[in-house]
Design a binder for this molecule. Structure first.
Ligand code: NIG
Ligand code: FE
Length: 420
């Protein structure tokens, strides 16, 4: 007879256990369903969840390993480890000067045109060693983890030459081994046109197509290809051209779409069957319809709108009511949104996107998993899934968005190991 798996970590007396069991993705009203168990418990064997249910039952049925660690949650809230499905964490120099310029009234695009923006991070990344990039990025991953995040998507896009894009993706690959957070790598060579090709953008596009994408795929350095589809960056035609090549080469698609203007990036993402389209502040009604039909996830980044000092936020309610798969993310990057706090994004989602706490939890767990093509594989407390768990210093899950600008994490567990 097969031996039951020995419990190596037991969490008991959980006041509210957010399992997120139930439909994946969560659409419309389903986003309110947290699969909540009151007075819950979780048993973990090595790196895997082996039981989740009422505390008494889980404790009663567990067969404890000799070295089993028992955590008494004493009524606290426990959730799946959060998933951040859109980040640009690999850079060296920060850009607080641009934040000050925005405070003084300059727009993101004005700053970009005046040699700031993405291209200033590109100059910096090209001059930064791999060691420095690893060190700096590691600090950001530590901060993400300490705020309850156990998996992120991480983009390149500050290299914009074959050599530097590969360098950035290598950093992501190395950190995936060096750091407990799981990183899902995305190639973003079409983040901007670099300084040296400003007068010859078509040549840069050819380099992306003929050099970068083949090398990224050959070296297995990315799972997704992303692009900044935006007026004055890559237009619809250029975006379709680049992303078609990426798709043919085997990369799944993501888009920065309709962030600053409405150029129908959402429609293109849907047409190309992208896994996600992100930002979507200026999405059209047709774009919402097309994304719902194509099941392209909408990754909303209210931290970006907030940090850009704008007051126009993505139409989240309309998206939820239209049956879109809605996820939330930090967009952690040195320019438009420098934060590693996904809980703060949940606060903004409440105030600015009018999403309830339950909807936000769905958006940073099961739906965020869909946005990185990990539907049903992470983002739930469920038997057989990796033991990625966050324990929160609160006894009602609605406190998380409400009690803002502080860190309410008490413990993070990644793959069954206690991180803090
Ligand atoms: O998602 N929009 C393009 N990319 C980032 C900003 C990157 C930067 O400013 O460095 C974003 O907002
Ligand atoms: Fe981004």
């Amino acid at each position: 007879m097969e031996q039951p798996k020995k419990t190596t970590l037991l969490i008991k007396n959980i006041g509210q256990l957010i399992t997120m069991q139930g439909p994946v993705p969560r659409l419309g009203n389903e986003m309110k369903d947290l699969g909540l168990i009151t007075n819950g418990g979780i048993a973990v064997s090595v790196n895997e969840i082996v039981a989740a249910g009422k505390s008494d039952e889980v404790v009663g049925q567990a067969s404890l390993a000799e070295s089993c660690i028992v955590i008494d949650a004493r009524g606290a809230v426990v959730s799946p480890g959060l998933i951040d499905p859109h980040t640009h964490p690999v850079f060296s120099r920060t850009r607080e000067n641009e934040f000050e310029m925005r405070i003084q009234g300059k727009s993101y695009m004005e700053i970009a045109a005046a040699d700031g923006g993405i291209r200033s991070s590109v100059r910096d990344l090209r001059n930064s060693s791999e060691e420095i990039l690893i060190e700096k990025t590691k600090q950001r991953l530590d901060r993400l983890l300490s705020h309850g995040v156990t998996t992120i998507e991480a983009k390149s896009g500050y290299g914009l030459s074959t050599e530097s894009e590969l360098k950035q993706l290598e950093v992501i690959k190395k950190l995936n081994h060096l750091h407990p957070i799981d990183l899902v790598p995305t190639f973003l060579g079409a983040h901007e046109v670099p300084d040296e090709y400003r007068d010859n953008r078509s040549e840069y596009i050819e380099i992306i197509i003929n050099e970068m994408i083949p090398k990224v795929v050959e070296n297995n350095l990315a799972e997704f290809s992303d692009i900044f589809t935006e007026a004055k960056v890559f237009d619809i035609e250029e975006s379709e051209k680049i992303q078609s090549v990426a798709k043919k080469a085997g990369l799944k698609l993501k888009f920065h779409a309709d962030e600053l203007t409405s150029i129908r990036g959402a429609e293109l993402a849907a047409k190309m069957n992208a896994v996600s389209a992100d930002h979507l502040v200026y999405i059209t009604d047709e774009g919402i319809k097309a994304m719902a039909e194509a099941k392209t996830c909408a990754v909303l980044l209210p931290g970006t709108t907030f940090s850009l000092g704008s007051s126009k936020f993505a139409p989240a309610r309309k998206m939820i009511e239209s049956g879109l798969i809605v996820a939330l993310s930090t967009d952690c990057n040195p320019g438009s949104s420098f934060t590693e706090s996904l809980p703060f994004i949940m606060t903004l989602a409440g105030l600015k996107l009018k999403m309830t706490a339950a909807e936000s939890f769905s958006a940073v767990t099961v739906n965020a998993a869909c946005a990185i093509d990990r539907a049903g594989k992470i983002g739930q407390i469920k038997i057989g899934l990796p033991a990625d768990i966050a324990i929160w210093d609160m006894d009602d899950y609605r406190e998380l968005p409400y009690h803002y600008a502080v860190n309410l994490v008490s413990k993070v567990i990644k793959n069954g190991k206690i991180m803090s």
